[in-house]
Write a new protein. Structure first.
Ligand SMILES: [Zn+2]
Length: 404
């Protein structure tokens, strides 16, 4: 199968076409007269498919919110080709048997690559460590995301065992018993940094959102610690003054404008290594409840690129190359995934952002049952219009991409 993509924009190259033969990129630029399929991308910018290291797919256990099939279709639409799936599931992947349940479903239903996190503690209860040594052979990382491991002795022991198997921990840093939601984050960051320094474990902080947290992480990086952190599209683009209803409720919550500015600074200066969505579908009935009763979490896959592109790239705060590094190369490198290049000889795995056209994100277009997005109704640039993995076209926005 030979596929020609024409009228493409490539970062750092003058080539305006790309040829894929049997799933492998064979040419950048140049004509091709014997293609089986030709797509006109309308000058959309090709990027390697994004790697989202923080997502909640909800299956097994919470299929009424989302399934692996619906979530990975949503990811393909949004331009995400690799997902790391958080373990707050039923059963929690805290043993190889429980992990196998999730692995089987992924094999059966996933449209893009999905890598499960293993839970750090049994049932994510923070009481006993999971079967770290056995799980380490089958997962890229450990996390109890959704909750914080508040027993610091247990966390330290977990760090030592994960360090011994060469693994990495992704932390939902939110200390229980703090005075307010700000202290909950930066106190957990400070305490966990101390333990990470003591044990030497590779450590990753999820969804950092405060100036104080970024300061602590920047200082630890200066001291040479092996730590990274992620920032979400919503913490980069929305603040608490904008909250309208429960579709704006997530954890960590939206912060002050000065913290949004600190998050952007952190992304620019490298304190924040990557962007991750914290994609968290909930049923419509759950989110249409009273704000205080509604669960935390918002959708993220379909709006990561337009939200960040519109707020940060279109305005010149970061460039496309940086956007690509923060969404693909950096997370891939940190979590040991071999992916992130568009070059001759590489397997095709790319997306295409329409940076020229502006359109409004609508509830109707969302893949899956959940519609809990604060970006519904927002006019944005930079939507993904085309996703290709190997020979498969996983998503095509027909208004923009024409088959010639
Ligand atoms: Zn979390």
């Amino acid at each position: 199968m030979k596929t020609l993509l024409k009228n493409v924009t490539l970062i750092g190259s003058d080539a305006d076409s790309l040829t894929v033969v049997d799933g492998v990129i064979t040419a950048l630029g140049g004509a091709c007269f014997d293609a089986d399929r030709v797509f006109d991308l309308g000058n959309a910018t090709l990027l390697p498919g994004a790697v989202d290291v923080h997502a909640h797919l909800r299956e097994p256990g919470y299929e009424y919110k989302s399934t692996i099939l619906s979530a990975t279709e949503s990811a393909a639409k949004g331009g995400i080709t690799r997902i790391m799936a958080m373990p707050n599931l039923k059963p929690v992947p805290d043993s190889t048997d429980n992990l196998a349940v999730e692995e089987d479903l992924i094999k059966k239903y996933a449209k893009v690559f999905v890598y499960p996190f293993a839970a750090l503690t049994e049932g994510e209860k923070g009481e006993r460590l999971s079967d770290i040594e056995a799980l380490a052979k089958r997962v890229k990382a450990f996390s109890d995301d959704g909750v914080c491991v508040n027993d610091l002795k247990l966390l330290e022991e977990g760090m030592r065992r994960v360090k011994a198997v060469g693994g990495i921990i992704a932390s939902h840093a939110e200390r229980k018993g703090a005075c307010d939601p700000e202290e909950a984050e930066y106190r957990a960051v400070a305490e966990e940094l101390e333990l990470a320094a003591k044990t030497g474990v590779r450590y990753h902080f999820c969804h950092m959102s405060l100036r104080k947290s970024f300061r602590l992480i920047a200082e630890a990086k200066r001291q040479g610690m092996d730590i990274t952190c992620e920032v979400t599209p919503h913490h980069l683009t929305l603040d608490l003054s904008m909250i309208k209803d429960a579709n704006w409720k997530m954890n960590p919550p939206l912060r002050k404008r000065s913290d949004v500015e600190a998050s952007i600074e952190a992304l620019r200066d490298g304190t924040a290594d990557m962007i991750a969505t914290d994609h968290a579908p909930h049923a419509k009935s759950e989110k249409s409840a009273d704000y205080s009763a509604a669960p935390n979490g918002i959708l993220g896959f379909e709006t990561m690129f337009p939200a960040v592109y519109t707020a940060l790239v279109k305005t010149g705060i970061i460039d496309m190359k940086t956007l690509s590094e923060k969404t693909t190369a950096n997370p891939a490198k940190r979590f040991g995934l071999d992916h992130g290049r568009i070059a001759v000889g590489e397997r095709a795995e790319f997306i295409a952002l329409d940076t020229l056209g502006k359109r409004v994100y609508t509830e109707r277009e969302i893949c899956g049952k959940a519609v809990n997005s604060p970006y519904i109704g927002a006019g944005m640039y930079g939507f993904n219009v085309f996703t290709m993995i190997g020979d498969k076209i996983l998503y095509k926005f027909d208004e923009k991409v024409k088959e010639a």
